[in-house]
Design a protein around this ligand. Sequence first.
Ligand SMILES: [Zn+2]
Length: 400
Amino acid sequence: MAVRWELLRRDPASAARLGRLHTPHGVIETPVFMPVGTQATVKTLNPEEVWDLGARIILSNTYHLYLRPGHDLVQEAGGLHRFMNWKGAVLTDSGGFQVFSLADLRKITEEGVQFRSHIDGSTHFLSPEKAIAVENALGADIIMAFDECTPWPCDYDYAKRSIERTARWAARCKAAHARPDEQALFGIVQGSTFADLRRQSAEEIVALDFPGYGIGGLSVGEPKELMHEMLEVQVPLLPDDRPRYLMGVGSPEDLVEGVWRGVDMFDCVLPTRIARHGTVFVPDGKMTVRNAEFARDFLPIQEGCDCYACRNFSRAYIRHLLKADEMLGLRLCSIHNLRFLVRLMEEIRAALAAGTFAEYRKAFLERWHAGEAERRERARAAGGAGHAPGPAEPLLPENR
Ligand SMILES: [Zn+2]
């Protein structure tokens, strides 16, 4: 088997688990956050930097690599690991999320999805079989089934038809998978924000017996309470001895809340995307280091942080770099944000090992939410401008 997940310890107070994911490219401690390397690169960082901040598995996007440079070329280069010179593990999504996000550019049938490239407008067709063939060629350790990710809000009848199609597609993905000994194919459960559909989807996908499960269609605009509720409905229906991966979710508080509800794996572009707007994570919430108040602030982004940026540079210097549009500013903010999330998961794992995760969660969330509330208050007082995270960058299809 390409990938095996080992349960080390259960949290007595919650659904959280401490575990270990064995892959052809190393052992990964879980719960884990996976940095996103959309175009076979974690934006602005080289692979050594990603490794040095503690990441051992990254995600790459099938949709983007299929369109450019093409999966055949990546295969010819010896697969994704060799092509990008990454010695850790890789997970590829199936492209479904991006393709379904191209609302005006795609047409869905039972056979698959016809879509137009966001790069040059050329027409392509992705089916479960084609998506798996592309993922087989890219060669990641973990590959994801081709599913339909419904937007939010979504009407009930559409969501129901969609999960049923996703289940039929999951069976086709499994049948098409040509490298099961080298790559683990994870199924994806959906169901929008309807509890009965979340249950039905879990039952149908679990019946196909995958070595791991992605939870899709959450954090797509719904209130956080609804996301938590859906996790509480769906996670207990997933097999206890397989890893669970909450797709596209990666804000610090979501990681803590997801682990609490039994999730083992996460990915998100958030840390690198907000870094490009000069926004960084600190234990008291997000901080926009680009703001004028940091012009003469010679402290590091986060005192005590062990990342390269905080060990070597001040807020004032990083702000200067951002204002001057210097690449190093983006790199330093990205390094800090990724290290913040990787370290958060290290701390969560240590708390799980010590049996103190409930206390850790409470302390982390109290401080985080208090800081975020204060930040919103100050932004309001400043007329809404001061602490805004910068212009909204479209999340799709480039930036998931
Ligand atoms: Zn730092």
